[in-house]
Design a protein around this ligand. Structure first.
Ligand SMILES: *Cc1c(COP(=O)(O)O)cnc(C)c1O
Length: 394
């Protein structure tokens, strides 16, 4: 079993660094810098201090009593929705922000789709006094006004990208062009366990705090601290899922289930299920499962939740799938909406639409899960989704 990338940044046959020659020195510099920081107790102390007093870690685990009773299982929530800015993304951006400072770079760039990663990046940059530029497709700027205002209030500059389809893919290209020209003084903060090595490894290391906390919070030492039997997380790029899975990957007693977006249904082709319904190829600098047509062109993904609307997935998940370290399932838009409403009305917690997919799979699998101790990674809160759900007429 391979639980770290090899020296070429590969997880089995997946991963690697498929990037322009001009970026190779930057990627290699980043790998060295992160490895040194991660092994340096003073960096870890600084990061842990921020995670404690700024991000609000450790996030609690909460036993969902009413949902447990309703579904006939012992259901727990890992409360990433209670982290600062309302989701797990801040774990990654604060870590990479601190690394940027350590590398002596004054400027950060990021790409964002719906704006969640942009907001988390702008937050970390404000905290650390870093200049922040966020590339965002012009269409997304129109659709996500509120997040654009948020980023601007946090001191970031948002640059609308009008090339191509004016969405996330084009924002990634613009950010990469910027990085090639500015790498001397700029770090590029990628928002999930995707992209070329060392990003999937680095982001996983920064997110694995979720699973490490869970291990100590549910360690079997008391009746109210049972050991998880099944851990379920939604998978977009895969960072919240890998963050909670990784510390359990070598543990055969715990089943790991990743839930992708089936959108309008897998048969319609309008979905975001790269692992379940895609095939191996190269996307955004890494070999992994992706949505592509017969000639290898990247297909559009679809999901009701912006965070799952991505045609690729982190390469370590591709490896986990092929080596059966985790299993991957799907939930449709409609199923996720139903789960969203059930959690809100049963537990008084409005979940983000992304982890609502994971709950939807749990609801569908209640027979298989009957009586088991199940942990749902509640990756974020649903305040950002309330308007969208209301506009669908419930
Ligand atoms: C961005 C986001 C996701 C998807 O990203 P991953 O890298 O797959 O975790 C999931 N949940 C929430 C709340 C998000 O904001």
């Amino acid at each position: 079993m391979l639980l770290s990338p090899d020296e070429r940044g590969r997880f089995g046959e997946f991963g690697g660094a498929f990037a322009p020659e001009t970026l190779m020195p930057a990627l290699s510099e980043l790998e060295t810098a992160f490895a040194a920081a991660w092994a340096d107790p003073s960096f870890r102390r600084d990061l842990d201090a921020l995670l404690g007093s700024y991000v609000g870690r450790p996030t609690p685990v909460y036993r969902a009593d009413r949902l447990s009773e309703l579904l006939g299982m012992d259901l727990w929530l890992k409360r990433e929705d209670l982290a600062h800015t309302g989701a797990h993304k801040i774990n990654n951006t604060v870590g990479q922000g601190l690394l940027t400072t350590r590398m002596g770079k004054p400027r950060v760039i990021a790409e964002t789709g719906a704006g969640q990663h942009g907001v988390a990046t702008a937050t970390a940059c404000a905290l650390l006094g870093l200049e922040c530029v966020v590339y965002m497709g012009a269409k997304d700027v129109e659709r996500q006004r509120l997040n654009v205002y948020r980023m601007e209030m946090l001191g970031a500059e948002v640059i609308p990208v009008t090339s191509g389809a004016s969405t996330l893919k084009d924002a990634v290209s613009a950010a990469l062009r910027d990085w090639v020209a500015t790498v001397e003084n700029t770090h590029y903060i990628i928002g999930s366990v995707v992209g070329p090595h060392p990003f999937p490894w680095m982001v996983r290391e920064l997110q694995k705090v979720i699973g490490e906390e869970l291990r100590s919070q549910m360690d079997g030492s008391a009746p109210d601290r049972p050991v998880p039997e099944v851990i379920v997380a939604c998978v977009g790029g895969g960072s919240n899922a890998m963050g909670i899975f990784y510390p359990y990957a070598a543990d055969p007693t715990v089943d790991l289930v990743g839930v992708e977006a089936a959108g309008h249904g897998l048969v319609t082709g309008e979905h975001g299920a790269s692992l379940v319904a895609g095939s191996p190829g190269v996307i955004h600098g890494a070999r992994t499962y992706m949505l592509q047509d017969d000639s290898g062109q990247v297909l559009e993904a679809h999901s009701i939740s912006a965070g799952l609307d991505y045609p690729g997935v982190g390469p370590e998940h591709a490896y986990f799938k092929d080596s059966s370290l985790a299993r991957y399932e799907t939930a449709t838009d409609a199923q996720a909406l139903e789960a969203f409403h059930l959690m809100a009305s049963t537990e008084g917690i409005i979940p983000a639409l992304e982890p609502s997919h994971a709950l939807a799979w749990i609801m569908r699998s209640r027979d298989e899960l009957a009586g088991k101790t199940v942990v749902l990674n509640l990756s974020g809160r649903g305040d950002k989704d309330v308007e969208q759900v209301a506009s669908l007429g419930f």
